[in-house]
Write a protein that binds this ligand. Structure first.
Ligand SMILES: Nc1ncnc2c1ncn2[C@@H]1O[C@H](COP(=O)(O)OP(=O)(O)OP(=O)(O)O)[C@@H](O)[C@H]1O
Length: 242
């Protein structure tokens, strides 16, 4: 199905990992130019869904289309950025060398390298080797490596884990600036209070979508005042706590 307004269209996606059905048949559409949060408890299938969108997850059924092409297509390689939970940059290279290396792979110039480093606020660490950085700084180098190619779709797996409140706020502001420029972002988190920072929310549990909503509608429909309480209300409505 062609849908020009959508960044990602997923239909009846089924994924089995290690003999267990992780996604039993998930359908969702992710809009362009928005910050979409993917929230749910640990083990609910968030990373698996993100992997399927990037095209690195073996799928047992259904379809995943990104920017009108099947997920993982060669044509999407430069158009989709992916930041995994584990920092995926070279420990023995500096921040700048990493950004320049990953930029080189996608044809990005020197200006793009500088901008990506500045965007994640690592300008003053540009010449420091990654192995000498903190965990939060390392994950920001990974983000810079994904940003340097200016991808149209940015898939971020728990990018704010281990960051202090100021850095978390700064990163969410960066995500919104990127969305204003047209980037489509899908950001996973298991911290429910991050829900309020998203334009749209996907709430997952046990491989299924409990809700595809907005922060405002989530609170309104559940009659709650914070995202944690809203999530619990949805679980109760869906049939209790297992
Ligand atoms: N390599 C694997 N082999 C078998 N099962 C796996 C594998 N990786 C994940 N799983 C299982 O798939 C399910 C979903 O895992 P996934 O990593 O997608 O969840 P998640 O919501 O991203 O969790 P977290 O927030 O802890 O990262 C879990 O039950 C997990 O045990």
């Amino acid at each position: 199905m062609m849908n020009n307004a959508a960044a990602v269209v997923i239909q009846d996606l089924k994924v089995v990992r290690g003999g267990t059905v992780v996604l039993p048949g998930l359908s969702v559409t992710i809009p362009r130019g928005r910050v979409v949060g993917l929230l749910g408890p640990s083990g609910s299938g968030k990373s698996t869904l993100l992997r399927a969108i990037v095209g690195v997850q073996k799928v047992a059924g259904g379809s995943v289309e990104v920017l009108g092409e099947p997920a993982g297509s060669a044509g999407l390689r430069r158009r989709v950025g992916y930041v995994t939970q584990a920092p995926s940059v070279y420990a023995d290279l500096s921040v700048h060398e990493n950004a320049a290396y990953f930029g080189g792979l996608v044809g990005a110039g020197a200006q793009a390298v500088e901008s990506a480093i500045a965007a994640v606020d690592l300008g003053s660490y540009a010449d420091r080797r990654v192995e000498k950085l903190s965990g939060g700084q390392r994950s920001r180098v990974s983000l810079a490596a994904a940003l340097v190619g200016d991808p149209e779709v940015l898939i971020l797996d728990e990018p704010t884990v281990g960051l202090d409140p100021v850095l978390r706020r700064d990163l969410w502001e960066l995500f919104h600036r990127l969305a204003e420029r047209g980037t489509s972002l899908l950001v996973s988190s298991h911290v429910m209070d991050e829900a309020t920072r998203c334009h749209r929310l996907l709430l997952m549990r046990d491989g299924t979508l409990l809700a595809d909503t907005t922060p405002e509608d989530l609170l309104r429909s559940t009659g709650t005042t914070d995202a944690d309480a809203a999530f619990l209300a949805l679980i109760d409505a869906a049939g209790g706590s297992r």
